[in-house]
Design a protein around this ligand. Structure first.
Ligand SMILES: *Cc1c(COP(=O)(O)O)cnc(C)c1O
Length: 602
């Protein structure tokens, strides 16, 4: 359930409350209210919090002006606004919340008139003035709720309601309850909220309203941030200040979507794997990212970042790569846009990954060997960072997973979020519902997983399963099972879970799959692991290889070995026959053919 804090008035208090990451913050544009928001502007707050304007029978022009002035993401209509009135606010890229006040009874039939017009209803207690009365109405009235439009529950909710709310959440009446709306019970005076009480409230409802998105400081819970050398600060800061603005530009969205469609080949199918489902006696859907141009999900991110780089006026692109997959995806988009491309790669990796090196060269990229240290990914990353420090003006650094300093993990996640955006409507077509029972993905740095989970993070009925590489076994010393073996540390500019020795030296990871061979996980995943929102499983090389062969034989799809790890969970976890499990098929197995051949002696 989401949380809305309403009736915000004071600048410092707004910013303080924003650090608690409620989903909505409400500003009342109604002069008669004691919480009337009359300040000139709303201070800068995280854009994951939806700024909501509350109006009472206001002039439409007035509402529209406030929307654009304060960049509101939702309007809450607290008066007797008719359906026709609400209709005129549609198409303005804004959520419409229509309020109804309930006394001891309520005639729900009036809601019908607002079907297909409003996004949410909000039920408040009927009192002298609209809102902020401090009384709770009898929630059992909602047992008769006849609509499927989600609603906000409001009216006198405070700390003393926690038990009632937890009970209510289990009841049938809460089925369409989307959010809790709190106001007067958390106030020191009208419009001034008590942070400690709000914190207590949030913590006691944690499982339902925890935030899994990045906050305005770049953190997922305790993980994330930007731990970078001073000299890199201007580059990262330029990106941080601009990335959300640029992504929100209509022209950017249009070009991104067009390229995803015409160049990448999206939407990728959501395929019901019949024979695999029969074998494991549950319903398994495969999200076919393997069918994307270049054979994996990585292109979604590089397309997004090259468009970002162009809008930031950059003409030179750098990247680092381990196995070469991200290098190829980067070289591809640079060729597409005619931009200079330099890929740093460890000398050892260059020798191991000859076909990908050849691909990058054919696409016009320069592959520069990293000659220091272990001459693998970590050293290539150091070279790329050095390059960026030396070329701060004309160069953009394309990071290939949901890792790195803020804003990279969030930016990459947003570009990959197209995966779960499509799953939602595709599953609706197949199953009549948007939410599966589980989403499953393999995790290297965590970009395909982040995209698969993104639109389900705050849907408590969707289980999240993250699959790591156990290599030769978790206890073997040869693995990449970060969630089990990792401790908090800093890698590539962010605080996350990291495999390291007792004195903080990064441990060399191992997996048969090059894409999962990474000693950390992205900060979002560290947070999902720590909070228990995601279930982490580790799969050995052997189990992954068997699962890859099994999918080939059962469905005629040869998966990338990374993906094979995710497929192997069915051997260990039993799902119910009626469960719908969506697994992200992150890539195709062509690149791994030699590996499969050697392993199975085909
Ligand atoms: C790179 C890669 C991965 C791992 O990277 P994430 O950022 O964790 O998604 C997984 N599958 C395939 C096919 C890959 O190429």
């Amino acid at each position: 359930m989401k949380l809305k804090v309403c009736g915000m008035k004071y600048q410092d208090n707004i910013q303080e409350v924003a650090t608690l990451q409620p989903d909505y913050l409400g500003f009342i544009f109604y002069e008669q209210s004691a919480r009337h928001f009359d300040a000139h502007r709303i201070p800068e707050i995280s854009n994951t919090i939806k700024k909501t304007g509350v109006f009472v029978d206001a002039d439409l022009d007035f509402v529209i002006k406030k929307i654009s002035k304060h960049n509101l993401k939702a309007v809450q209509l607290h008066g007797n606004e008719a359906p026709e009135y609400c209709k005129q606010l549609r198409g303005k890229n804004i959520e419409i919340i229509k309020v109804f006040s309930i006394k001891n009874e309520f005639d729900f039939s009036v809601l019908k008139l607002y079907d297909d017009i409003v996004d949410y209803f909000l039920f408040d207690t009927k009192g002298k003035l609209p809102g902020g009365n401090g009384y709770v109405f009898d929630w059992t009235i909602l047992n008769n709720y006849p609509s499927t439009i989600p609603f906000f529950l409001s009216g006198g909710i405070g700390l003393s309601q926690i038990d009632d709310i937890n009970k209510f959440q289990k009841s049938e009446a809460s089925k369409y309850c989307y959010a809790l709306d709190v106001n007067s019970k958390f106030e020191i005076e009208p419009g001034l909220k008590n942070i400690e009480d709000l914190k207590k409230f949030k913590n006691n409802l944690t499982s339902k309203i925890m935030n899994y998105n990045v906050n305005e400081k770049g953190y997922y819970g305790e993980f994330g941030g930007a731990f970078i050398p001073e000299m890199l600060y201007p580059n990262v800061e330029e990106l941080r200040q601009n990335y959300l603005k640029i992504m929100a530009e209509p022209d950017f969205k249009k070009e991104f979507n067009q390229l995803l469609k015409d160049y990448v080949g999206r939407p990728s199918p959501l395929y019901f794997a019949k024979r695999l489902s029969e074998k494991y006696n549950t319903k398994i859907y495969l999200k076919r990212e393997d069918l994307n141009h270049t054979g994996a999900h990585k292109i979604n991110n590089t397309i997004g970042q090259i468009l970002m780089a162009q809008r930031l006026g950059k003409t030179r692109i750098i990247a680092e790569t381990g196995a070469g997959q991200h290098g190829v995806a980067t070289a591809t988009v640079c060729a597409l846009m005619g931009l200079e491309c330099i890929v740093y790669m460890g000398e050892i990796d260059i020798a191991r990954q000859a076909p990908n090196v050849a691909r990058m060269k054919m696409l016009g990229a320069r592959v520069v060997p990293a000659l220091s240290g272990s001459r693998t990914l970590k050293d290539a990353t150091n070279e790329a960072i050095r390059d960026w420090i030396n070329n701060p003006v004309d160069t953009h650094y394309i990071i290939g997973s949901a890792i790195g300093p803020h804003p990279y993990p969030d930016m990459v996640t947003r570009f990959q979020a197209i995966v779960s955006e499509e799953i939602k409507w595709q599953l609706k077509e197949h199953e009549g519902r948007e939410n599966p029972d589980y989403v499953v993905a393999c995790i290297g740095g965590g970009s395909n997983a982040a995209g698969t989970y993104y639109h389900y993070l705050h849907e408590p009925d969707v289980g999240i399963i993250a699959v790591e590489a156990a290599g030769l076994g978790i206890e073997s010393g040869e693995s990449a099972a970060t969630s089990v073996l990792g401790k908090e540390g800093i890698i590539h500019g962010c605080k996350t879970l990291l495999m390291q020795t007792n004195d903080g030296q990064i441990t060399e990871p191992y997996s048969i799959s090059a894409g999962l061979d990474y000693p950390g996980v992205g900060p979002m995943h560290a947070h999902l692991a720590k909070t228990g929102r995601a279930e982490f499983m580790s799969i050995t090389d052997n189990d992954a290889m068997d699962a890859g062969l099994e999918l080939s034989k059962l469905e005629g799809i040869i998966p990338a070995i990374e993906t094979s790890h995710a497929l192997a969970i069915f051997k260990y976890k039993t799902f119910r026959p009626e469960d719908v499990v969506v697994l992200n098929l992150s890539g195709r197995g062509d690149k791994d053919l030699q590996n499969y051949i050697d392993y199975f002696k085909i």
